[in-house]
Design a protein around this ligand. Structure first.
Ligand code: CS2
Ligand code: MG
Length: 402
């Protein structure tokens, strides 16, 4: 089973996606997501200019060996561009292996450990009154877990609050939009939001909140403590996680669970957070953390330390990534939650897929492989459009984490 072709497809059905399609000499094809939001063409070039020619002629069945070949063989290890490119190759090879075996990929990973993948949706609105309506909408759709984000009084715009309620898209301009942030206003406002939501929806609904890397450790400790009465499932990215020791300080101050990892590229980024039990959920996902092979390794390490998965699933991760994530989610013993932001109908048409949502759960496809494809003709009708993520400044103009 030799690789005879590998194509990099860049398309923008409303937002940009990069996809790798690998073809074997016996006519099998596999797809892998290679989308790195705001830096898409860097990964497309990495694959086209440096990886594809080394794939031609390789045995498509040798997934682990190909992973090691691309990781150790690059000499320059880790980093989001490299790991996203490796992820795309790895995911496509798992898709091919599933098709060759005539089985959905989750069977090759050990089979089902659960009946469905619990997902959370994004309730967001400018005001608290409006967000209660949004939470109710998700509850009516069957969601068992809801992330809640609101505007902050006094700030013109806030991360996680969008005009289009079902399809959040922060990469909104070719040159970064500038946002303004105030930690003081945010910390004063947020506990009141969750008091209202918990009061309205009672104890059964799982509530989550994303802080998007904006607080110092002691501020994050204060936020976590102030949210304890409302029993959140997690606060996400409470502080930038490059300095992993800083999570110890947050832990000293709050029992609100912590989820980190959406910008991590591999096991070395989360090793300390996991082995020192500084987080409760690891949010790495297939496309940015080295594919199914490497993410499985991260989740297995996490299982030893009672850390559960909580994979990133924003709209900039294509249906190819979502399909792959669901095969892992259904198979691993330490699954926690899966983020699920819906894609637009245009995106769904470019990426026909077999996973489906029912009653708060996503269900992976039972077709052989990953159960997802890219319609290349349709994809060609949506050319790439430059789109950058915003930047964030404090009220005095100082650049802050977005
Ligand atoms: C976010 C993302 O889904 C999340 O939790 O933090 O929306 C993130 O901002 C984007 O994926 C960035 O590309
Ligand atoms: Mg996040």
């Amino acid at each position: 089973m030799k690789i005879v072709d590998a194509r990099v497809i860049v398309t923008c059905p409303g937002r940009n996606f990069v996809t790798l399609k690998i073809v074997t000499d016996d006519g099998l094809t596999g797809v892998g997501d290679a989308t790195l939001n705001g830096r898409e063409l860097a990964v497309a070039s990495y694959l086209r200019d440096h990886v594809v020619r080394a794939l031609i002629g390789r045995d498509a069945s040798r997934i682990e060996d190909t992973w090691q070949y691309l990781y150790k063989g690059a000499y320059w290890r880790r980093g989001p561009v490299t790991m996203t490119a490796i992820a795309a190759v790895d995911t496509a090879l798992w898709d091919i292996k599933g098709k060759a075996a005539g089985m959905p990929v989750y069977q090759l990973l050990g089979g089902r450990s659960r009946e469905g993948v619990t997902v959370y949706g994004h309730a967001n609105a400018e005001t608290v009154d409006e967000v209660l309506v949004e939470v109710a909408r998700y509850v009516d759709l069957g969601y068992k877990a809801v992330r809640v984000q609101t505007g902050v009084p006094g700030l013109a715009s806030t991360y996680g609050v969008s005009g289009d309620k079902m399809f959040y898209e922060p990469a909104d301009a070719s040159v970064p939009t500038e946002n303004v942030w105030s930690t003081e206003r945010y910390l004063a406002h947020t506990p009141g939001v969750f008091a209202r939501v918990r009061d309205e929806f009672g104890p059964g609904l799982r509530l989550l909140h994303d802080v998007h890397h904006r607080l110092t450790p002691i501020e994050a400790g204060r936020l976590g403590k102030s949210l304890e009465p409302y029993a959140l499932t997690w606060i996400e990215d409470p502080t930038p996680a490059e300095l992993q020791d800083s999570l110890r300080l947050i832990r000293q101050h709050t029992t609100t669970p912590i989820a980190i990892g959406e910008i991590f590229s591999g096991v070395w980024d989360c090793q300390q957070l996991i082995t020192e039990q500084l987080i409760d959920y690891i949010r790495a996902t297939v496309v940015h953390a080295g594919g199914i092979t490497h993410l499985r390794r991260i989740f297995d390490l996490a299982a030893l330390y009672q850390v559960r998965s909580g994979s990133h699933g924003a709209t900039d991760l294509s249906p190819v990534c979502m399909s792959a994530a669901l095969h892992l989610d259904i198979a691993i013993p330490n699954f926690g939650l899966q983020e699920y932001m819906r894609h637009t109908p245009e995106t769904d048409a470019v990426f026909p897929h077999g996973y489906h949502f029912a009653d708060g759960y996503l269900h992976p496809s039972d077709e052989p492989g990953l159960g997802v494809d890219i319609d290349e003709e349709l994809a060609a009708q949506y050319p790439y459009r430059a789109a950058a993520l915003p930047v964030n400044r404090l009220e005095d103009g100082t650049l802050h984490s977005w």
